[in-house]
Design a binder for this molecule. Sequence first.
Ligand SMILES: [Fe+2]
Length: 299
Amino acid sequence: MSQTLGKPSFSLFRGKETPVTGLDLNALIAAVDERVRSSQTERGRVMGTRAILVDALRREDFLLDCVECILVTMSRLLAGWANPPLHANLELDYAIRLLYWPPHYENNPHQHNSWTVTGVLHNQIRVTTYDLCPGASPVGLSVAKSFECAAGEVGSILSPCIHSVSNPTPSVSVTLHVFSGLAANSGVSEGDEESDPKRTVWYPSPLKGRFHRDVVPRALTANLAILSRITGRRSTALLEKVFDLGDTRIKLASVKALCGRDVASAACRLAQLSELCPEPDRSRLSDLSHKLASTVDGG
Ligand SMILES: [Fe+2]
C-alpha cells in the first residue's frame, strides 16, 4: 500500500478552549453526530469533537455512563467479552471506544489516515509522534516528540499522523477514543479494505496479544478505580455490579471499596465472597462479614 505522510499533527488540549455545556454519553454521541454531519473539513470535525469530549470528561455522570455501558456489555457476554465499541455509526463512519492500557504497555508506531480524538479517563498515557526517516532502524522512523497526557486531557489527530501510545505507569490506564475511518479499519468495508486510504498503517504490525489478554479483569480493575473516586448511590450500585462480574480478587477489591460507603452492602458481599473461597479463607471472610454486619446493627 502506498503511504502518504505529512508532519505529525497530534495536538493536546490543556484547557484553552471554550467548552460546550455538560454532556452524558448519549448527549455526547448526539453532539458528535451533529458535528461530523455539519463540518465540511476534517479540522472542523476534530476541533468540535475535541471540545465536546473535554467538557464530557469533566462530568462524573459521563464517567459513570461510560463505566455502566461497559458493564452492561460484560453482563451480556462475559466469557467472550472483547471490549466492543460504546457506539458505532457506519453512516458517519466513526466509533467510540474505551481502551484499557496494561501497565507499562506500548503499542507499535502506526499511521492514522483518518482523524481521531482521544481523551484520558483514568491514570495517564504517553504519546510519541514520529517522522518518516528512511534507513532509520528498525522501521524507518525517528521520534518527533513525546509527551504525557493525564486524566481529563484530550488530544486529537489530523491525518496523516504516525504515533505510538504507551502506559508508563504500573496501573491500568483508560482512554476514550472517537475514531473515524470505521469502515476502513473494522472489517465492515464493502470495498478493498487493504487499499482504503483511511486504513491505519502499522510499523511493523499491531501488537494485539497482550492488549487483548486478560482484558476482562483489567477493565474491571480500572472501572473499580474510576468508581472508587466518585461518591454517590449510582457509583455504589456500579461497584456492586463490578463485584458481580469479577473474579475473587476483583470481588475482594469491590468489598474494600464498598466498606467506605455502604458497610451493610460490604458485609453482604463479603459473605457471598466467603462462599466462593476454600478454607481457611472461607471462615476468615465469613467471620469478617459478621463483624462488619454487627457494626451496622450497632452491636
Ligand atoms: Fe493510534
